[in-house]
Design a protein around this ligand. Structure first.
Ligand SMILES: [Zn+2]
Ligand SMILES: [Zn+2]
Ligand SMILES: [Zn+2]
Length: 158
């Protein structure tokens, strides 16, 4: 009994020594890469990411990184079509790098009437009537805003 216990102790001591020794002789525990400068493998464009790569001069390890897309570089916005009373206009801006064009609609202006004449005043219960003359911008003829048939005087009995 006594002998066996001593044997175990000796074994443990021996193992501990072996482990310590093993650690001490381990070569180059952490390799630190020595990198070249970043080289562009694929240049980033306005809309596509690029890729750069560098190498470790010691072990040949390749490291890559993504170069984010640059986004368009817009030139000045040019109005290519002016809006009218009824038609939409359009403006265009172009990327100075890739020539991509982006078009933006300009809303129609709507008529601007020279005069608005109240033909019939609105009452508590009935809508009035307004007549418009020509548009100061495009000269379009006047129009009468739509209004319910029953409200037009004399329209029904004839
Ligand atoms: Zn390396
Ligand atoms: Zn672009
Ligand atoms: Zn008009």
């Amino acid at each position: 009994m006594k002998m066996r216990k001593f044997g175990n102790m000796a074994l443990i001591v021996a193992l501990t020594a072996a482990i310590s020794f093993g650690c001490a002789v381990q070569p180059d525990p952490v390799h630190t890469h020595t990198f070249t400068a970043w080289e562009t493998e694929r240049a980033a464009s306005c809309t596509e990411d690029g890729k750069s790569v560098r190498h470790c001069t010691d072990c040949g390890f390749d490291e890559t990184k993504t170069v984010p897309a640059t986004g368009h570089k817009w030139g000045e916005t040019v109005k290519t079509a002016s809006p009218t009373c009824t038609e939409k206009g359009e403006s265009v801006r172009r990327c100075t790098v890739c020539k991509f064009e982006e078009k933006t609609p300009i809303p129609a202006l709507g008529h601007q009437w020279k005069t608005e004449t109240v033909v019939r005043k609105a009452t508590c219960t009935e809508a009035g009537e307004k007549r418009t003359d020509e548009c100061i911008r495009c000269g379009a003829g006047g129009e009468t805003p739509p209004f319910p048939q029953r409200d037009i005087p004399g329209a029904r009995r004839r």
